[in-house]
Design a protein around this ligand. Sequence first.
Ligand code: SR1
Ligand code: MG
Length: 393
Amino acid sequence: MSAKKSSLYESLTESGAIALAKRLQLFEENSNLTCNEIGDGNLNLVFKLNDIETGEGIIIKQALPYAKVIGESYPLTLDRSRIEATALLKQGEFVPQYVPKILYTDDQLAITIMEDLSRLQIARTALIEGKDLPLLSKHIGEFLAKTLFYTSDYGLNQHSKKSLVKQFINPDLCKITEDLVFTDPFFNHDSNDYEPELGPDVERIWQDQALKLEVAKLKQKFLTKAEALLHGDLHTGSIFADDKETKVIDPEFAYFGPIGFDIGQFIANLLLNAISRDTENQEVLYTHIETTWNVFAKEFTTAWKKDALEIFTKVDGYLEHVLSEIFEEAIGFAGCEIIRRTIGLAHVADLDSIQPYEKRIVTKQIALSLGSELIKNQKNITKPEQFKEYVKQ
Ligand code: SR1
Ligand code: MG
């Protein structure tokens, strides 16, 4: 089986990327350009082009017809490039300050050309280096509230919402999440990847029927709850940041799903970084989690009171009900993300770079217990301050 590609599709080389940028007049005609393929993600080619004289740069991102991390045996639709570009443009309508500028798109070549963000650092890398990124959670809280509210039935006319849903039918990328986040880690599946020392902890997860029942319910929500246009892969590797600025990239997993999923994935990745640190350096991450939720809830409430279109939004108690359901689901989704990043196919450097090896294993055991407890205690956690209570040192 292979992914469908048009006869116009060919994968770019570094010289091809320079030729394309020149043809599109993205640089002066006689400019001297450098180009490097810098993609370190799981799926795509990413070329960084710079003008040697002015230093100005752009990024050309191209989807491959398969998952780069696995190889050609894992075909993947090129339509994800259209989905990513369309999602960035849609998010840019609500929060232009938090997404990169799009300069050009080509659905046939599966290419998106965007502003170069190399003045910033990938948030995961910055957090691993011990940086605080003081505005990260305030910015992401606002990003989440506005992108999710204004693409939901609360903030969007029902006809416009349905026609937007149609543009974001994303079965291949959703299947990756359905398998890698919600299924494989909870069964003895070939795609799982974990150190032999974690065997007993992993077995415990596979045997835990109460846990698996909750995961089944969460997976069902991911499959069916078309609440808002999600980013769909909002981990800290999908965010560029520094002390002042935050930019969310890579929404190729975008689709209409449960609002709590984006929030839960982001919180999970903050927790994974927290537990990778010594106890005395963890607090900044717990504060980020509280700020993310508090800013999200405040901005979502403001948008609801100002711009809601759904008539029932005026009914007392409805906003509180919606927020508490989103919070509960975010806790469960966070638990699934933590478990899959520990024993599933796609790991995170926060855990994998821990030295020495014995400390890495202990931290991964903490991660597995934290993930399981979050999933089983969704109803007992009612405030973002409570997440840290489930980190067992
Ligand atoms: C086969 S893709 C593995 C993971 O990389 C992406 O960033 C998503 O998180 C996906 O689950
Ligand atoms: Mg990605």
